[in-house]
Design a protein around this ligand. Structure first.
Ligand code: TYD
Ligand code: MG
Length: 466
């Protein structure tokens, strides 16, 4: 009798934790106002979507040696910037989650992937809960996608989508977006954690059962996490984030999780009138508008995944008329900038406390590495003192709170890229001296050693540009 009683529980939309009582704060993750009421139905009808088969014929343990593997049958998309982060193409039956802010280009990229699949003779079913068939068609026309075996379905019911997919048997199924989908048997509204979780779980089962790759598009919250329960990321095989500043055309496809490849790989794109185009040479793209030797401009070498990328940092300081001077950082961590300003003030006696400070990374790239510290500090000093940076100079190094310059990782690839982009002088951490010497000798760059200055402290680096 009790078994049929409708139960109510509260599920956290951030971490998926469940409680029996409503609370203002989630007891598990500590987020406020994230608990949502959920009525637990006795037995979800979504069981019919493959789950029942599993219960009727449960899996049996198999000997590892007897499991057969028919080689790597990945589908190459021939889109370098997507194939590489995927680990060499799409694995059939894999479930891939694509997160990103609204308007960043997720639907555009996925439609281009649909084209890449369809033009190789694989059928694709693109399901949109956000746009009508006509809207998808208009976008497809702009992207010059018009494939015979690309099916568009405008609808939000996962049950119907799975039914259609069982008939069409596409090689790839696209769900745009998971927040606009619902499944029968779950009483919560569309986009609620329970709906997102059950829809995804049905899709994962479907993908594995039919060996169909499923692309799930997901929106992100204002904090930049995928909306819905965290467990979403655990349920899928691959998680990508498409990132970038919408006022720029530059986009990065970052791998957060990949069961079939490395998460160190990323894809770089530029958003053009005809969709996202992979960037072969990111440094050249990001430095294309740079004018030489202006005070406050410095180029740093950052690692984007396994690739070195050169980006220009621009700094500006002006005397402030405000009681609390303004500090603005675009494309860079605000708190890291504050730390660098404090170190400059305390350790080398260059005060910024009565200046407004602006820092900008050109081209919409986001600098996240501490290897850029020295370059940024020199850009700040150069604009403050109005001294131009010597032409062709690149500085690399992490700055400690005492002002010491600490070594950076992967210095070899960074130097190689800098040489490729015609940089001729280098300020490098003393701690990298041996590694750099070995690298230059073994890469035929010994001539470069004469143009390198190794520094231990920030004051030595500032001395060099003064
Ligand atoms: P979209 O793929 O709709 O973003 P998402 O699905 O992540 O919300 O892309 C939206 C933006 O991209 C929109 O502002 C227009 C722009 N865009 C281009 O610049 N070029 C194109 O070829 C397309 C299709 C879109
Ligand atoms: Mg979209």
């Amino acid at each position: 009798m009790c078994a049929n009683k409708v139960k109510t529980k509260y599920v956290c939309s951030n971490c998926g934790a469940e409680t029996l009582k409503w609370m203002g704060r989630c007891p598990q993750c500590g987020e406020w106002n994230t608990l949502e009421e959920q009525v637990e139905a006795p037995a979800p009808k979504s069981l019919s979507l493959g789950l029942k088969d599993d219960i009727l014929t449960p899996a049996k343990p198999q000997k590892l040696s007897s499991i057969r593997y028919n080689g790597d049958k990945r589908i190459l998309l021939h889109m370098k910037e997507v194939d590489r982060p995927l680990g060499g193409g799409i694995v059939p039956g894999s479930v891939i989650l694509w997160g990103g802010e609204p308007g960043i280009g997720k639907s555009t990229l996925i439609l281009q992937i649909c084209h890449a699949m369809a033009s190789q003779g694989n059928s694709v079913l693109y399901c949109s809960g956000e746009e009508s068939e006509i809207q998808v068609k208009l976008r497809a026309e702009r992207l010059h996608v018009n494939d015979e075996n690309c099916f568009i379905y405008a609808g939000s019911s996962i049950d119907s989508i799975i039914k259609e997919a069982e008939t069409i048997k596409p090689a790839m199924l696209v769900i745009d977006s998971i927040q606009t989908m619902y499944i029968s048997g779950v009483d919560s509204p569309m986009g609620s954690p329970a709906q997102i979780r059950d829809c995804t779980s049905a899709l994962v089962r479907f993908a594995k059962k039919m060996n169909i790759s499923v692309m799930i598009i997901g929106h992100v919250t204002k904090e930049g996490n995928l909306a819905g329960p965290r467990i979403l990321e655990h349920m899928v095989d691959v998680v990508f984030y498409l990132e970038g500043d919408r006022s720029y055309q530059f986009r990065v496809l970052r791998t957060v999780k990949n069961r079939f490849g490395s998460t160190a790989e990323s894809g770089l794109f530029v958003m053009e009138g005809s969709g996202l185009k992979g960037i072969e040479d990111p440094s050249k793209y990001l430095l294309r508008n740079r004018s030489e030797a202006a005070p406050g401009s410095m180029v740093v070498a950052c690692m984007e995944g396994l690739r070195p990328v050169l980006v220009e940092i621009q700094a500006l300081t002006v005397h402030s008329v405000l009681a609390i001077p303004r500090r603005i950082a675009a494309g860079y961590d605000y708190n890291r900038m504050i730390i660098l300003l404090a170190v400059l003030e305390k350790r080398v006696r260059i005060p910024f406390s009565s200046d407004d400070v602006y820092l900008n990374v050109a081209g919409g790239f986001r600098v996240k590495e501490t290897a850029a510290d020295l370059g940024i500090a020199l850009a700040l000093v150069s604009v403050k003192k109005d001294i131009p940076i010597p032409g062709g100079l690149m500085a690399l190094g992490e700055i400690g709170l005492t002002g010491e310059i600490m070594p950076v990782s992967k210095i070899g690839p960074r130097l190689k890229e800098a040489v490729k982009m015609k940089f001729t002088r280098f300020l490098l951490p003393e701690g990298n001296r041996d590694e750099v010497t070995d690298f230059c000798k073994s890469n035929g760059l010994s001539g470069l050693l004469d143009s390198m200055v190794f520094v231990k402290h920030l004051k030595d680096a500032i001395e060099y540009i003064r």
